[in-house]
Design a protein around this ligand. Structure first.
Ligand SMILES: *Cc1c(COP(=O)(O)O)cnc(C)c1O
Length: 389
């Protein structure tokens, strides 16, 4: 008898993912379809990647148009999508330069290299320590794992890249002391810790850290891989706090579904990287960048206000609902602390035609940003039902 797709996958694909028994074969907008034709409202959007859902017409047209021109060239030559996307990112953020990679981990690798080189040149080679927060997530490479403040990712992969030190979100004194004692080059942090369970880092802490970094010439790096590109109702989550990071890393939702990471550098560090300091064969891929331009073009104030309004409506519906003990996050990024184990809620939702994510002990929701309100609220009702029963 022929093997099923799931059996073939189990046999030949590395065992790094615990997959749910769902095969996605097609989709449109917020709706995914499996091989049997069953439809799901996708409240995960490929972990916050498909910003405009499946097969969005505008994104698809931009990608197909570029596909017919140039699919790749080396970074020895210029291409229009790469240059125009960098210009767009800088104009929208006030940051000055962009390095393109293909993932969040690569965006953070670039950020870390920038901070290390800046501090080495400006303050001396002993200023190499990068501070990060406990409960953070910054990627799976050995260096971004070293930056990740969750011990269970580290076990059996030792030794990791040295020079990282974790501090507790919310404890400014600990941060200040670590900066002094360890001669910190920079701090890398998320404003909302996505993989850590959609934990909101306290606003006064974010502002105090940013002010301290400015005063002491420490490189402030904000990891916007998950929170960026409109997810929280602002273009980037740091914009909720009125701070000015030196470096912003992003990926996931920026490409609308194609692999793309970006490390944005501000005034202070814009000239740190020179020719030969960093690179990526696929970085700035014209197709991925053409798709990203079509995404970013639509993340205007009106659209972001809609993200915020839809998020507020869903948040209000979840708050105080039976079996839901807390709702964290901002915009269309939710962490639900549920009375039942989060995994059980996710399984029940699959049966009811809704795809959800988990993060630590929470149900995590990252729906497409353009999800129609009625579809969103239908999914919210189904998730509430699954939490209550
Ligand atoms: C997903 C994620 C990463 C890693 O991104 P990859 O594209 O998987 O390398 C880094 N930081 C944060 C905050 C993330 O959510």
């Amino acid at each position: 008898m022929d093997k099923t797709l799931q059996e073939i996958d189990h046999e030949y694909v590395a065992n790094t993912y615990g997959r749910f028994p769902v095969e996605i074969v097609s989709g449109k907008g917020a709706i995914a379809r499996d091989e049997a034709g069953k439809e799901y409202i996708d409240m995960g959007a490929g972990i916050g990647v498909t910003s405009f859902g499946y097969c969005d017409d505008v994104w698809k047209a931009a990608v197909i148009d570029q596909l017919g021109k140039v699919q790749h060239t080396s970074n020895l030559y210029y291409t229009e999508p790469c240059a125009l996307l960098a210009q767009k990112l800088c104009r929208k953020t006030g940051l000055k330069k962009v390095f393109f990679g293909n993932s969040g981990a690569e965006a953070n690798e670039c950020a870390i290299k920038v901070a290390r080189k800046y501090a080495a040149e400006k303050k001396g080679p002993d200023h190499y320590t990068i501070l990060t927060l406990w409960n953070s997530f910054h990627g799976r490479t050995l260096t971004t794992l070293a930056a990740t403040g969750q011990d269970h990712y580290h076990e059996l992969f030792q030794p990791l890249t040295p020079g990282f030190h974790m501090v507790h979100a919310g404890d400014f004194e600990e941060f200040r002391k670590a900066c002094e004692e360890l001669k910190a080059a920079g701090i890398l942090m998320e404003c909302i810790q996505g993989e850590g369970g959609v934990c909101d880092v306290p606003a006064d802490y974010i502002k105090a850290v940013a002010a301290y970094c400015k005063e002491h010439d420490i490189v402030l790096m904000i990891d916007e891989v998950q929170t960026g590109n409109g997810r929280t109702g602002k273009l980037y989550a740091y914009m909720h706090y009125g701070i000015e990071p030196d470096v912003v890393s992003t990926a996931k939702g920026i490409g609308g579904g194609l692999p793309l990471g970006a490390c944005l550098m501000g005034e202070k560090v814009q000239h740190v990287l020179g020719a030969g300091d960093h690179g990526s064969t696929f970085g700035g891929n014209p197709i991925a960048c053409a798709g990203a331009i079509s995404i970013l073009d639509r993340l205007d104030d009106k659209f972001l206000a809609e993200v915020e309004a839809k998020g507020a409506k869903a948040r209000a519906a979840f708050t105080g609902a039976e079996g839901i003990e807390d709702v964290s996050g901002k915009g269309l990024m939710f962490g639900l602390k549920t009375a039942k184990p989060a995994g059980d809620v996710v399984k029940a939702c699959i049966g009811k035609g809704v795809l959800c994510l988990t993060a630590k002990d929470r149900v995590r929701l990252l729906p497409p940003l353009n999800i129609p309100e009625e579809v969103l609220m239908k999914a919210v009702a189904i998730i509430k039902e699954a939490c209550a029963e």
